[in-house]
Design a protein around this ligand. Sequence first.
Ligand code: NAD
Ligand code: IPM
Ligand code: MN
Length: 370
Amino acid sequence: MATHKLLLLPGDGIGPEVMAQVKRVVAWLDQEGLASFAVEEDLVGGCAYDAHGAAISEAAMAKAKAADAILLGAVGGPKWANVPYEARPEAGLLRLRKDLALFANLRPALCYPALADASSLKREMVEGLDILIVRELTGGVYFGEPKTILDLGNGQKRAIDTQVYDTYEIDRIARVAFDLARTRRNKVTSSEKHNVMRSGVLWKEVVTAVHAQDYGDVELEHQLADSLAMQLVRWPKQFDVIVTDNLFGDILSDIAAMLTGSLGMLPSASLGAVDAQTGRRAALYEPVHGSAPDIAGRGIANPIAMIGSLAMALRYSFGMGAVADRIEAAIAGVLAAGKRTSDIRTAGASVIGTEEMGSAILSELGKVDA
Ligand code: NAD
Ligand code: IPM
Ligand code: MN
């Protein structure tokens, strides 16, 4: 059996707490002979700043580049509110995304049957929900230059962030969305604000051209991003794949998370291009949520988004889709048995902590057939 190089970057806040549960699942996969991993671990975020004065060290970057897949917990927290901007915890995550060219961020929002009453929307709005947000991750206003604060010298400052998209960046993310739609319900909704942004005009133009050229069999619609946010809470089941830019994708995926019951439910995969020579593809997997400083250290964080991110790694990096299905079935089983962490609305359910949720998923894994 091939040995996969896995780099764990637990990070800050609840990151290490939820990563601890992933370590147990990784150990179980090894034990069962389902996979063989060479696991390394390093620092990212505020903990890396405390240790090295930077949000990620060069040594950790080198490990990230050598890994077959990276699993990241979360970064950030109030402790680092006053560190220099370049060294803030989030800069470590952004550097990983940019330097590894992880342009395609897949954020599936799936409402597990047992959680149809846990959303802030009515059951009929979310029951059976299965949306995939495809977020462009290495461009847009996150990385565009100039990005600075100027001192205007008259007691005023000017803050500048720049939204930049080139044709090739929109073209490649559109193709990812169309390809994935073909494996699902064959519909793509592309979202931007072409009514106020030049980048939105180009986005719509390029997505339309890629569709006409190579994906005529897939249904394509365009929705302005503000209206799409409204539609997500009005009637979310109209969507299959949503493709959008870096900032809109960030915001829309937090909205989509609540449709599933909790932000603690949403995993993600950040993928690079497949290397034509080696067939390798850089990949980082992380929950959509952050370091949750308000609950960190209390052992109550929901580990499902993190464990779901491991399942995505198995599916997208290691060709182990069946094992990924098995992990997701175990999560569904535990939820169906009425077990919940406290972030999920709990009427009639039993509230358990992070480690107990990990144990429940592991014991359910033992029960689910291979
Ligand atoms: P957050 O996602 O950390 O938390 C938002 C709310 O959701 C909080 O009330 C939190 O308790 C809850 N929550 C999130 N994940 C949960 C889980 N697994 N289980 C139970 N409850 C959960 O967002 P925030 O508070 O706006 O940001 C906190 C820090 O995290 C900031 O520094 C931010 O930059 C960072 N952040 C990091 C990432 C990442 O590392 N990928 C993502 C988002 C935010
Ligand atoms: C996310 C986070 C990050 C983002 C932050 C922590 C840089 O919110 O992954 O959703 O804005 O992309
Ligand atoms: Mn976010």
